[in-house]
Write a protein that binds this ligand. Structure first.
Ligand code: HGY
Ligand code: MN
Ligand code: MN
Length: 415
């Protein structure tokens, strides 16, 4: 049954909650640095749990620390409709990446409570652990375990730059749950997310109906040369791992451009050792991020990288190791869920267009185990993974209205 078009969420309350959550783990330039499994992440979790308690939800937590806040349906046997995203942020992250999807899910519950509306299927709001993958690679770690892509032990062993593991840090912040990861079965999963790209704003569209998500490949490269004095070492004697990284950086850009217009490639993470002003780098470790909607093109870019990086290393006399440290295939979301989102946007009178997600999301993994789809709202200048990330309250409201209608329609309103 379609949800009446006059049913809308409370945009002001949603915005207040977004601003409240943004106070936890502040960045240095107006955004957030609430990285996964830090004390700030724990504070964000505590605030979300308090709000869920206030909304009468029962909280379950699985062994990866993912939070599941449940509102009962009239049919307790019916599989729940899940809705959510992530509360962890990049080190120089924005206030809305992930957070809008979690608090948008909570706003749906708050609105149903206000209107005393019951649904047949229960509704569960989710905060997935470690979506960003910055502190602990790969991204979408907990949703990947939930979808059976990674084992729990492998996920627990992921290490940060200081050698701390996911398992240790999860225990330290007190968020190891008792539920088996992936045991929960879903009727459907919906995720609201900012676009993190320029299309919706440029086309003045309120809503992105996400039909697909592009694929991702993360290749970690280690180049080993020889540390030596930057002043007294003659050029012909140098084995410069920093030079190797610079040439591979140029190669990555050339590979992406050679598969234009859809391919993208960059190196976002790099460590230089010993990183001293007057020592030629003996070692560099960096991660190549390639993305494309077509798996064959991603594989072609990976092959071109392997060949080209090997040649660069040979030319300079460097040792090279190349290790895949993350990735997932392009995804096509569920037609039924996508249609629920598109018809909600139409019913509510919001301008919309189909879109392929450029960024990865937990929905990309959950799509393997449940009918899944995403709603997107625009963001200013398409900017994200930057503290200046910004959206308007109107965009947040529109995206959450559409999410509300798609979730409640799928959960079934009971008169
Ligand atoms: O990497 C991604 O696409 C996501 O933002 N973690
Ligand atoms: Mn995100
Ligand atoms: Mn992100």
């Amino acid at each position: 049954m379609a949800v009446a078009s006059n049913l809308r969420i409370n945009g002001e309350r949603l915005w207040d909650s977004l601003m409240e959550m943004a106070k936890i783990g502040p960045g240095i330039a107006g955004g957030n640095n609430r990285q996964t499994l830090t004390d700030d992440d724990a504070k964000g979790r505590d605030l979300f749990k308090k709000w869920c308690d206030d909304a009468g939800l029962s909280m379950g937590v699985d062994q990866m620390g993912t939070m599941f806040a449940r509102r009962e349906g009239t049919d307790p046997e019916a599989l729940p409709v899940y809705v959510g995203s992530h509360l962890d942020t990049q080190p120089t992250g924005g206030k809305y990446d992930g957070v809008l999807g979690v608090l948008g899910g909570l706003e749906i519950i708050r609105t149903l409570n206000d209107m005393n509306i019951q649904t047949k299927h229960p509704i569960v709001v989710v905060n997935w652990t470690n979506e960003e993958g910055t502190r602990f690679a790969p991204p979408m770690l907990a949703s990947g375990v939930f979808a059976g892509t990674h084992t729990l032990d492998w996920a627990y062993d992921r290490e940060d730059a200081e050698g701390k593991t996911v398992g240790e840090e999860l225990k330290r912040i007190g968020w190891v749950g008792d539920e088996e990861v992936g045991a929960r079965k879903m009727h459907a999963f919906f995720e609201l997310h900012i676009e993190q790209g320029p299309i919706l704003e440029a086309e003045e569209k309120d809503i992105g109906v996400v039909t697909h998500g592009q694929g991702l490949s993360w290749m970690q490269i280690t180049l080993t040369g020889r540390e030596s004095h930057t002043g007294s070492t003659p050029m012909p004697m140098r084995v410069n791992a920093g030079l190797g990284m610079a040439r591979v950086t140029q190669l990555v850009d050339e590979i992406a451009w050679s598969h234009a217009p859809l391919a993208v490639g960059a190196i976002g993470h790099c460590d230089v050792y010993p990183n001293s002003r007057n020592i030629i780098p003996g070692k560099t470790v960096f991660t190549v991020d390639f993305r494309h909607p077509d798996k064959a093109i991603i594989e072609a870019m990976e092959n071109e990288l392997r060949e080209g990086a090997q040649k660069i290393a040979d030319d300079i006399g460097l040792e090279i190791e190349m290790e895949p440290v993350g990735g997932f295939d392009p995804v096509k979301f569920d037609d039924g869920c996508v249609t629920a989102i598109r018809s909600a946007a139409e019913r509510l009178g919001y301008s919309h267009r189909d879109i392929v997600s450029g960024a990865g999301h937990d929905a990309c993994w959950i799509n393997r185990v449940a009918p899944t789809a995403m709603v997107m709202c625009p963001c200013v200048d398409g900017l994200s993974h930057n503290e200046a990330e910004d959206i308007s309250p109107e965009w947040a409201t529109a995206g959450t209205d559409v999410l509300f209608h798609a979730v409640v329609e799928t959960a079934g309103i009971v008169d």
